[in-house]
Design a binder for this molecule. Structure first.
Ligand SMILES: [Zn+2]
Length: 86
């Protein structure tokens, strides 16, 4: 019986690279709300979509706050829902 070593592919990926640290935790930015659309715009695509956590590298807490802030900014017309004119 061959014993297979259990390895997680995710762990192996992280082993080589240095771990992404949350931008807002690192900088200790307290203010992240809909009133600062320029900061929020860094976390959206050109088309206006919110980037997922695996790309932004934020912690779950800050990603959640960011998502809400972007959604509020859209309602206040500070950020676009979409820039694709379909
Ligand atoms: Zn964070």
């Amino acid at each position: 019986m061959i014993q297979r070593k259990r390895t997680s592919s995710r762990f192996n990926k992280l082993a080589g690279k240095e771990k992404l640290k949350c931008f807002f935790c690192k900088k200790e930015v307290e203010k992240m709300n809909y009133k600062a659309p320029d900061t929020l715009r860094n976390f959206t695509t050109e088309g206006g979509r919110i980037l997922p956590r695996r790309i932004t590298g934020l912690c779950s807490k800050h990603q959640k706050v960011l998502t809400n802030a972007i959604k509020r900014a859209r309602i206040m017309a500070l950020l676009p829902y979409s820039t694709r004119g379909d």
